[in-house]
Design a protein around this ligand. Sequence first.
Ligand SMILES: [Zn+2]
Length: 68
Amino acid sequence: MKKRFIAGAQCPQCQQFDVVTLSEVNGQSRMECVDCGYQEDLATNDEATPASNKKAEQMIQWVNIDSD
Ligand SMILES: [Zn+2]
């Protein structure tokens, strides 16, 4: 399974930076903090994503991590 660290992302629970990973579970994107264990399922429907969010998404630097 692939997990991706979200560079520069801040965990909403422990407020740490660069600890948030994104993984896919059953086609559902799931955000997980490796520091405090915080988890959040993310909506993946592009049509529901406001344009402003898409702009912010493009600023995210994705880092691929192969865990296997
Ligand atoms: Zn956290």
